[in-house]
Ligand binder design. Structure first.
Ligand code: SF4
Length: 364
């Protein structure tokens, strides 16, 4: 398949690995920001193929993982106390809130629906005008564009019984926060290609400069990731902190301006709480005042959405790259995909689930 097979080609992988090995003299820690990249790295064993001088660190780019427990608590409360129908994606239904998941609440009688698109939630509201429908809108910039479209559709059709409980986050502020931690040892980043497809590369230029760390826009196939590592190593070895786009077949420097306009016509930048990381200034997208009737927090008076973790879950450390999943005591013991203590073990993009799926037999 064009644009896929050549990026999984073993000969191409070997060639890039050889070039990296030739260029490498130092020891570098490089964070892959996106959970999709983490799964690819673990699935293909790329971290084990790289020379010992390169360590890949898993980043926070998993939307389900960074959604605070208290947003889930709020969604459960809306479903039970206000008798609304809460709609969200499959992974979100299984993620633990501070006490239980949306699936647990459904088992207790709450009306929780699994959907595949926010437009389904809008349609559900139109079909059921006597019910309040709340869509749990989580994710990074990529999903924000789709969520914005759904909200505009609801507003255009004057759907009054639809609203969104929003926990949307943006990548650059999180990278800055992680980099500024005193114990951060990350030397460079592989940024998430799909986010840059929407947002472009401009936000990353000042970030790379101010952090003094290279950022490489990278795709998700093995060759994509290794090309990203190669660029990062090249910049690190030559003392450069620039932004390089190695996902040019998909990402254009300006991004998708139509999508950006759509996002910011509905949402505005706000401080946001991330699970395990706390509140990060300017790291979220909240509903603009003009659309407040679609904001479930305002509509139902939701307050106190912060950040609570299951007691044994160290996802905050995992999401900052300070520990690897198998270094958490609960990994594979108290916490498995069947009995997850934290979101990174639930999500398809979570680092803990990647380690469990591909590496749990190797746990020291
Ligand atoms: S293994 Fe489970 S408990 Fe440990 S950090 Fe990951 S999700 Fe949390």
């Amino acid at each position: 398949m064009k644009y896929l097979n050549e990026f999984r080609d073993p000969d191409a992988v070997a060639a890039v690995l050889k070039r990296i090995e030739r260029r490498l003299t130092g020891h570098w820690q490089i964070m892959e920001v996106c959970g999709g990249q983490t799964h690819s790295i673990m699935k293909y064993g790329l971290d084990q193929l790289l020379p010992a001088g390169i360590e890949l660190i898993h980043g926070p780019g998993c939307p389900v993982c960074v959604t605070p427990a208290e947003i889930l608590d709020a969604a459960i409360d809306l479903a039970i106390t206000h008798r609304v129908i809460v709609c969200s994606y499959g992974d979100m239904l299984r993620v633990p809130g501070s006490k239980r998941s949306l699936l647990d609440a459904r088992a207790e009688g709450a009306d929780i629906r699994l959907i595949y698109s926010p437009m389904e939630a809008v349609a559900l509201a139109q079909e059921n005008p006597q019910c309040e429908i709340v869509f749990l809108a989580v994710g990074f910039e990529t999903t924000s564009a789709v969520n914005a479209q759904a909200l505009r559709t609801a507003a255009g059709a004057d759907v009054k019984n639809f609203s969104m409980l929003v926990s949307q986050v943006t990548v650059p502020a999180a990278l800055e926060m992680i980099s500024r931690q005193p114990d951060c040892a990350i030397d460079g980043f592989l940024a998430a290609g799909h986010v840059c497809t929407v947002m472009g590369t401009a936000e990353y230029e000042p970030l790379a400069k101010s952090l003094g760390k290279p950022i490489v826009i990278t795709g998700f196939e093995p060759v994509d990731i290794l090309l990203g590592v190669e660029s990062a190593v090249d910049m690190l070895e030559s003392g450069r902190a620039e932004v390089i786009n190695k996902f040019q077949r998909v990402v254009a420097a300006p991004g998708n301006r139509v999508a950006q306009e759509g996002i910011f016509s509905v949402f505005e930048r706000i401080d946001k709480s991330w699970r395990g990381l706390g509140v990060i200034p300017d790291s979220g997208l909240g509903i603009r005042r003009e659309f407040e009737q679609y904001d479930a927090e305002r509509k139902f008076g939701v307050t106190g959405v912060g950040d609570t973790l299951a007691s044994d879950c160290q996802s905050g450390l995992v999401l900052q790259g300070l520990i690897k999943p198998h270094e958490c005591d609960a990994f594979g013991v108290a916490c498995t995909p069947e009995t997850p203590l934290g979101a990174p073990m639930v999500s398809e993009e979570g680092a803990c689930s990647a380690w469990f799926r591909y590496r749990h037999l190797e746990r020291p």
